[in-house]
Design a protein around this ligand. Sequence first.
Ligand code: GLN
Length: 381
Amino acid sequence: LAQRLDGIPPTIFTTMSALAVRTGSVNLGQGFPDDDGPAGMLEAAQRAIAAGHNQYAPGTGVPPLREAIARHQQRHYGLDVDPDTQVTVTTGCTEAVAAALLGLVDPGDEVVVLEPYYDSYVAMIQMAGGVRRPVTLRSPDFRLDLDDLRAAVTPRTRFVLLNSPHNPTGTVLTRAELKAVADLAIEHDLVVITDEVYEHLVFDDAEHVPIATLPGMWERTLTLSSAGKSYSVTGWKIGWATGPAHLVDAVTAAKQWLSFSSGTPAQHAVAHALDHEADFPRRLAQTLQGHRDLLCEGLVEAGLTPRVPEGTYFALTDVGDLGWADGMEFCTSLPERAGVVAIPCQVFHDDQDAGRHLVRWAFCKEQSVIEDGLVRLQKAD
Ligand code: GLN
């Protein structure tokens, strides 16, 4: 392997989903839903194929999708986005992250990143030649510590890679926390790359605030999202970046050499969904909130006290509650002990003491699947 992949193991999501298949376990690991998105969107994909939308899309995305994304940003957040110059379509949010980092980070540039982190951030910061500066969200409440944040910034820092709603903690950064990030970014002239892929999956009275909406932030923020989570089509891999043209151009410049362009029929279907199924993500969040409560109550009965998430479709637990010191050992033996798969979070940490005992459970599964997983878990040794 090339040096740029030194120390980067296969992604935990592949490892754990393969383990689930091999052992016939209930997969509460990788975050993909059991249910497909709205029927109207699935039909729109079939219509797009039948209508001959089967060749390369423009690198920045088909115009109807870029226009629908701009309307989405306006409708939900009051952001004025020019569909021609301030939107680019990517192959999922994961490619948006990759292209943003490859397009913007120079060797030696420091990137402040929240940990636990989504594993692709670490791989892509390294592949871009950057240096990560993690800021740990700590148990039990997993809030952003503003002193830690400030301490992570050095004269070499050029980027903050944010993620809210945050995977895997379920933290939704408050306006005050985002304001602190914004103040720091403005003071040190940093660019904020923000992964908001769970933007619609928030619960109770939590509110998702895009940091791009804060004063002085639009011009220094690249906002990333996708249809995968909001419309339950993680396999379509349609994501996007929005922001000022100079930042979006950097994403497009790198993306053209990665995938060139993204799946054309799915782009047309997502454009349809953003305009005509605008209510779907809210209804999905309502359903997920019920699943969250079911999962969290069941985890308590199994002896684990979860951090009840404000957003995303994941709940975190500390396996120390059951006398385990190590989440990786807990998760690798869990299929045999219980027939359930979950995600060990120490792989998302530089700070092993903070992450060793954390385990993530997904609740984007059908109710019967969650119930089955919980019954198995409650019977485990
Ligand atoms: N984002 C999803 C998760 O955290 C899936 C990630 C992946 O499989 N690449 O589970």
